[in-house]
Ligand binder design. Structure first.
Ligand code: PEP
Length: 243
C-alpha cells in the first residue's frame, strides 16, 4: 500500500518572529518533494507561520493540545484553537511531554481524540528509554504505549505514529537501521488493515543519515527536531526522500 512520506519538523521551544524566513528557504524543496512537508513551530508562531506558508507545500502543526475544547485550563491550547490558527497536524505524546508533564498513554489518547474531532491529524509519539532497550523491553514498551495511546479503530482515521527512541532524541545517537526496521515492522503488525497509517522515525535524523533511514521498509518519513531548525539541513533531509 503506497503511503506518501511525511517529513515533519519539531521546533520545540525555539523560534521567534524573526525566524520565519526559514519557510521561504524551504518552500522550493517542499514544492519539488514527493513528500508531505510539515513544520511544528511553537504555538506563539503558529498563526504567523500558517500565513507565511499559505500557498506553499508546507503545512504547519502544533506540538501539543489539551483534551478539552475550551475552559478553565490556564496556559493550555485546545485542538480547535490550533486548527483555528491554521494547523493541520499536532504532535502528541512526545517523550519530552511524557517526561516533563507526566503525560500518560490515557492522556495522549484523549488528546488524540480531541485532535481528530477538531480536524487535525495527530502524530502520536512512542519510544523506549535507554534502560528499557538495554533490558530487552523496547518492543514491549512501544506495544504498550500504542495500545494505550491510540484511539479506537485507528484504521478509520488519519493519524501518524512516530517511533522515537527516547535515548536518540537530541543526543546525536541514532537507532541502528536494524533496530528501526524491527520496531517499525512490529508497529505495522499491530495496526489493523488497511495499512495506510504512516510511521515516522525520529531521533537525531540529520542530512547524513536521512537517506538510509528513509529507505527502510515501513519508515514513512521522519520527525526531525534539531535539524529542522536550520533551513539548509531540513531542506537536505527533504531531498533525501525517495533518493
Ligand atoms: C524530536 O524532538 O522529536 C526529535 C526527534 O529531536 P532530534 O531530531 O533533535 O533528536
Amino acid at each position: 500500500m503506497p503511503r506518501t512520506a511525511l517529513i515533519a519538523g519539531n521546533w520545540k521551544m525555539n523560534g521567534l518572529a524573526g525566524d520565519l524566513g526559514f519557510f521561504g528557504e524551504v518552500a522550493r524543496a517542499a514544492a519539488d518533494s514527493p513528500a508531505d512537508i510539515l513544520v511544528c513551530p511553537p504555538a506563539t508562531l503558529l498563526a504567523l507561520a500558517a500565513k507565511t506558508c499559505s500557498g506553499t507545500a508546507i503545512s504547519v502543526g502544533g506540538q501539543d493540545c489539551h483534551a478539552r475544547e475550551s475552559g478553565a485550563h490556564t496556559g493550555d491550547i485546545s485542538a480547535v484553537m490550533l486548527r483555528d490558527a491554521g494547523a493541520d497536524y499536532v504532535i502528541l505524546g512526545h517523550s519530552e511531554r511524557r517526561a516533563d508533564h507526566g503525560e500518560s498513554d490515557a492522556i495522549v489518547r484523549s488528546k488524540a481524540e480531541a485532535a481528530l474531532a477538531a480536524g487535525l491529524i495527530p502524530i502520536i509519539c512512542v519510544g523506549e528509554t535507554q534502560a528499557e532497550r538495554e533490558s530487552g523491553q523496547a518492543e514491549t514498551v512501544v506495544a504498550r504505549q500504542l495500545a494505550g495511546s491510540l484511539p479506537e479503530n485507528p484504521q478509520k482515521m488519519e493519524l501518524v505514529i512516530a517511533y522515537e527512541p527516547v535515548w536518540a532524541i537530541g543526543t546525536g545517537l541514532t537507532a541502528s537501521e536494524a533496530d528501526v526496521a524491527e520496531i517499525h515492522a512490529a508497529i505495522r503488525k499491530r495496526l489493523p488493515e488497511p495499512l495506510t497509517t504512516r510511521i515516522l522515525y525520529g531521533g537525531s535524523v540529520k542530512p547524513a543519515n536521512a537517506e538510509s533511514l528513509l529507505s527502510l521498509a515501513d519508515v514513512d518519513g521522519a520527525l526531525v527536531g534539531g535539524a529542522s531548525l536550520k533551513a539548509s539541513d531540513f531542506t537536505s533531509i527533504i531531498g533525501a526522500v525517495g533518493r
